[in-house]
Structures are given as C-alpha cells and as structure tokens.
Design a protein around this ligand. Sequence first.
Ligand SMILES: [Fe+2]
Length: 239
Amino acid sequence: MNRRDAITLLGAGAAAAAAGGAPIQAAKAQPRSAAQPPRRHEPRPLPFDPARLNGLSERLISSHWQNNYGGSVTALNMVEARLAAAMADPDFPALIYGDMKREQLHRTGSVVLHELYFGNLGGDGRAAGDVQSALVRAFGSFAAWEAEFRRTAASLAGGSGWCLLALNTHSGALQNYWMWDHMHAPAASIPLLALDMYEHSYHMDYGSAAARYIDAFMRNVNWEEVDRRYARAIRLSAP
Ligand SMILES: [Fe+2]
C-alpha cells in the first residue's frame, strides 16, 4: 500500500465513524500475509436500569452509552482492523501508522474507562467494605478522601477528562488522579472508581453546573463494585 492509498483508507474510515455507520469491513488492500484479524470489541450492556438512577436522567445515560461509548467501540474496531491490514505491509508509511496507533490508544482508553464508569454506577452511594477502610487509612477519614476526589473532579469542570480513584501498584498508594483525556492514565495503577468529567456526561441534565453532576454521581456510586475492584487490585499487586 502506498501513502496515497493509506490516506484514502483513513479518510473513508473517518467518514464512516463520523456518520456513526456500521463497523468497517476488512480493508480491501489487506495483504494475504496480514496478521490474524483482531478480536472484535462488543459494547457491554449497562449493568443497571438507566431509568432508576438518582439525579441522572435515562435520556442522558442512554445517549452517553450509545453515542459516546458506543461510538468509541465502533471506532476501536475500525482502527484495529486497519492496523491489522497495515501490519504486514512493509511499505505502509510509519507516519500514517502512528496516527492509527494514537487513535487506537485514544479509543482503548475511552472504551475501558466508559465500561468502568458505567460499571461503578447503579448503587446507593453508601461506601462500604474493605475499600472504605483502606480510604480511611490512606486519607485520615472517608470525608477527607471524598473531598479530595470531588475537588479533583471539579478541576476538570467545563472541559474534558476523568477523575480516577486508583491503586498505584508501584507505590502501593490509593490515589485520586486527574486525567485530561482518555490517554492520560496514571502509570502502574489499577482503576477502582471512574468519574467521567467530559461535558457530554452531564450537559444534557445540568448544563455547565458540573458540581451538581458530581453530587449526582456520588449518590449513585455502586460501592460493592468498587470494593470488588479493590479486592482484585490487591490480589493483582501482591508480590
Ligand atoms: Fe463519556
């Protein structure tokens, strides 16, 4: 594949993504020696009834799941199909390959973080379990942890990004992390609680009142799920 073919291929993919079209077919220019097609990503269903959240509307949650998360699943499948086709082509320009690798990183972050986000909603917001005890030990009190988590989230208001409670497996510390985008992940850290601070996650219900969205999010956290993630993170980080 030459550079012109590559650019044409990318352009066609981008147009399909923008139109929200069906997942892309295997690239026409795929060489016979191309690697195995990548595993397709399938959208995970919401683990709760979106009509039953407290202060987050069904319209907002359904649109977020379908358009933002669903769009990233489609785009990730598209870009990974194109990467598989390009992999075996020694003439494929590295410059264009790098663009696709960046898009793969971006979409992988979006898919994983959205699955964590929806996966930690649907609860009653009352913290419990070992993770609560661990947060008290790490921050002095649960209130101190929550205040820092909320402040970190609020710092992203009006823009984009994620606020993440994570176990850093390198230092062993529980930390609230500020992430500017889907690719801005803390090193060696396992996410426990993910809060989407992109405006698309609250604008429909709250306009630009991000603080009210953060209140609503905290009322709906599924702490049982956060506690399961904490137990798994401890197991994975054990020496
Ligand atoms: Fe989102």
